[in-house]
Design a protein around this ligand. Structure first.
Ligand SMILES: [Zn+2]
Ligand SMILES: [Zn+2]
Length: 138
């Protein structure tokens, strides 16, 4: 399992663990995140271990680098293949999208949680909830 988050010091960190039973630290400022009860095997993720927010949403783990790479290749080939390559790339994108795993994302701090057991109460991105957090930031 893996957590990708932005620490309060501004550093973007990635931490991997089998169970997150041990506290982990920001490699930049040394801030410790010590809260092993943020998930369990039965219920999945309960809240964001970074900011303690309980509003989390799930989305496909679409690797932007792969997507952009495919689009660039498609654009380069497009003049030679009468735009068919663009279509092919769009189809590849679509295929990739279907097999991608789900990630859980925190509405508040945008921490990303990979390979955690699924919490069945979590749903896809909700603009209303997101607006609440964005307006709280202002
Ligand atoms: Zn830090
Ligand atoms: Zn959070």
């Amino acid at each position: 399992m893996e957590i990708q988050y932005r620490c309060s010091c501004g550093s973007v960190e990635e931490v991997e663990s089998d169970d997150f039973a041990q506290p982990f630290r920001c490699s930049h400022c040394g801030k410790e995140y010590n809260d092993p009860s943020f998930w369990n095997a039965e219920s999945g993720l309960l809240y964001c271990v970074i900011c303690r927010c309980r509003d989390l949403y799930i989305q496909k783990d679409f690797n932007r680098k792969v997507g952009v790479g495919i689009a660039v290749v498609g654009a380069i080939l497009a003049p030679f293949t009468k735009l068919i390559s663009l279509l092919v790339c769009a189809l590849i994108d679509l295929g990739l999208y279907k097999v991608l795993p789900m990630i859980t994302v925190c509405y508040r701090c945008h921490a990303i949680f990979r390979d955690f057991p699924k919490n069945s109460t979590h749903e896809g991105f909700n603009l209303g909830i997101n607006d609440r957090y964005r307006s709280a930031e202002r």
